[in-house]
Unconditional design. Structure first.
Length: 153
């Protein structure tokens, strides 16, 4: 009986550990997923550094308004560049075909995620409007690319 309880407690402990590093400041709250987490792409991965995250967050703050000028899928949900602090973000690093280091940024409306599941796996949502969006940040060019804002169900 003691072994069963010990096994149960150890399995609970394993499930509560976060896969990603939780990095929080007054300006943002993010999950940095390591190279070993194969959530999005299987190869050419790297683990983003906190310095790279800060660089990407600065780009979001200063450049997102321009890339978001069409306000796609933001008529009845938040305008993303006006509400950056209200999103939690998941960061994944990969190297593209040109050899450039890219940060894939997956953004989630904070009020929807009170638990830590967003620190353990990528959150894929098909709808929800601008409560969910993603973008890529090219570390070599300092540019934001491929903004995708979810539609409505």
């Amino acid at each position: 009986m003691k072994y069963i309880i010990l096994l149960f407690l150890s399995s609970c402990f394993i499930h509560t550990q976060n896969v990603a590093e939780h990095f929080k400041t007054k300006q943002f709250e993010v999950a940095i997923f390591p190279e070993s987490s194969n959530e999005i792409m299987q190869q050419n991965r790297f683990t983003p550094t906190k310095e790279e995250i800060i660089k990407a967050e600065n780009a979001l703050k200063s450049k997102l308004k321009f890339i978001n000028n069409l306000l796609i899928n933001q008529s009845s949900t938040p305008i993303i560049h006006r509400n950056l602090k209200k999103y939690k973000r998941q960061y994944f690093g990969y190297i593209n075909d040109k050899g450039e280091r890219i940060l894939y940024i997956n953004s989630l409306w904070s009020k929807s995620y009170k638990d830590n599941i967003w620190l353990n796996e990528i959150i894929w949502i098909s709808d929800g409007g601008s409560h969910y969006w993603n973008i890529q940040y090219n570390l070599e060019t300092n540019e934001l690319e491929n903004l995708k804002v979810n539609g409505y169900a």
